[in-house]
Design a protein around this ligand. Structure first.
Ligand code: ASP
Length: 353
């Protein structure tokens, strides 16, 4: 009896040692995974897509765009490099572009038909599919920060107009006077578009290429952090001469912004109505998930085939959970930049660069 008992104890000890070993191998493996992820962090941004042609661009304006894109992406990259989250990188990067009058977001937003500025923004966390968005806000200096507050501090995903601003005040946001958003340049664009309407006896629509292209400069960012978490965010003033509290794709989760750790993070820019109908950002993620294709393949299919088939123009920037990046657009140009874990920086504006 005693011998049997000793044998059983012996077997039990042997079995537990073996399990310990398996556990150690597993934890070594997961450690390896973490190391891989830290090698693959990265960030990609856009500053809008459209008929952006070198012949229409002065050297000084080109330099201004390039250096602002560089400042914004470098900020986000340093946050990621120091172990910060992709959400923090997205908001800090977008804040720099929102504060610059160069872009159609925050200061520099385009004007509505009524000569006001109505801002839209959204953010999504790929680790838990949490999301927050605001639409039609008129007194929020950095709408992406309010979108973040909606995600973190409210039970909702999308707040709009006055209600969003009441929420902002409750959360301690300083509201700015709407005149903060005024820029001469954007106001002149509105005047030109209105003149165009008059010339054509009100028969123009967003189909008119002149009007379709009067909106450049939406900003967006997608990032992968050292913990393997993806996030994306987008901020815009929408389209020049928009009316009736029109809301574009930028605050619509799945159209203007989408992030999912299982696949990728995407931020869109372009003619919003088509991005909403095509659910562009989510479609890219879904194609990766269901068809098991790469980010680049999914982005090309959606932006070069599916979106134009609907009649839509624009582009996206995206990053997958391995750090691969896509900057795809079907317009003449898209302000864009990418920075990888090694700190290599690419900044481009036109097609075929
Ligand atoms: N997508 C934005 C909108 O339709 C505009 C843009 O990205 O240029 O509101």
């Amino acid at each position: 009896m005693r011998q049997i008992l000793t044998l059983l104890i012996g077997l039990f000890v042997l079995f537990s040692c073996k399990n310990d070993k398996i556990d150690n191998i597993e934890s070594e493996k997961s450690h390896e995974k973490v190391i891989n992820k830290t090698e693959n962090f990265g960030i990609v941004i856009h500053g809008g897509a459209g008929t952006i042609l070198k012949k229409n661009m002065s050297d000084s304006l080109e330099n201004a765009f390039t250096s602002k894109l560089k400042e914004a992406i470098t900020k986000g990259h340093s946050i990621l490099e120091n172990g910060g989250s992709s959400i923090d990188a997205i908001t800090a990067t977008i804040n720099i572009m929102e504060d610059s009058p160069l872009f159609n977001s925050g200061k520099g937003a385009v004007f509505t038909h009524e000569e006001t500025n109505e801002l839209d923004a959204s953010i999504m966390d790929g680790s838990n599919l949490n999301a927050g968005a605001v639409a039609g806000v008129t007194r929020i200096k950095n709408p992406i920060n309010l979108a973040l507050a909606v995600m973190n501090d409210s039970p909702h995903v999308l707040l709009s107009g006055k209600g969003a601003e009441v929420f902002a005040e409750e959360k301690g946001f300083d509201l700015v006077d709407p005149s903060y958003f005024f820029t001469e340049n954007r106001f002149n664009s509105l005047k030109r578009v209105k003149q165009r309407e008059k010339d054509k006896e009100n028969k123009v629509s967003f189909e008119d290429p002149y009007i379709k292209d009067s909106k450049f400069g939406t900003v967006g960012c997608a990032a992968l952090d050292k913990n393997g978490n993806l996030a994306a965010g987008t901020s815009t003033g929408g389209m020049t001469n928009k009316r009736w509290n029109r809301i574009g794709d930028s605050p619509i989760i799945g159209a203007g912004t989408y992030a999912n750790n299982a696949t990728c993070a995407v931020s869109s820019t372009g003619w919003g109505e088509y991005f909403i109908r095509g659910m562009v950002a989510h479609d890219i993620s879904a194609m990766m998930e269901y068809k098991e294709i790469s980010l680049q393949e999914a982005a090309s299919e959606v932006i070069q085939n599916k979106l134009p088939a609907l009649g839509g123009t624009g582009g996206i920037v995206a990053i997958d959970n391995q750090g691969n990046v896509a900057m795809e657009f079907n317009t003449a140009g898209m302000y864009r930049a990418h920075m990888n874990a090694e700190g290599e920086l690419i900044i481009k504006i036109y097609k075929d660069e």
